[in-house]
Design a binder for this molecule. Sequence first.
Ligand code: SF4
Length: 159
Amino acid sequence: MYYGTIKKYDIANGPGVRVSLFVSGCRNHCPGCFNKETWDFNYGMPYTKKTEEEILKSLAPDYIEGFSLLGGEPFEPENQEVLWQLLECIKKQYPKKTVWCYTGYQYDQDFVEGGKIYTAYTEKMLENIDTLVDGQFIESQKDITLQFRGSKNQKIIEL
Ligand code: SF4
């Protein structure tokens, strides 16, 4: 898996100050996407054990409320095995910190067995996520007053 950025003081993608990982690869191709370069699965840098250690270390301070996972698309099948392992490490080491994840796929359709992105790791990822923001970014439903999401169709789901 590749990733574009790690933000260590992110206040835009979930409550409080968070560490955010922007992974590479996305097949949703939403018109008006704010992050088109991340559609390429080879964009950015390779994700390694060192990346994982950097994320875990960045989450340590008390003022960091949690971790947010964005893309690109974290739930592309190619990304799920690595991300499940990362999320499990985060939850083991920091059980009180919250995990948010943004996906362009639909929770009620694509995440079920037989769904578009369902793999052996999908449920394991979901078990380690507190809040999922789902649905493609739809430019005609864009609303800059919305908190933590870009367009009205996107849902904030407490898992
Ligand atoms: S899911 Fe996100 S990264 Fe992918 S095309 Fe849509 S807005 Fe862009």
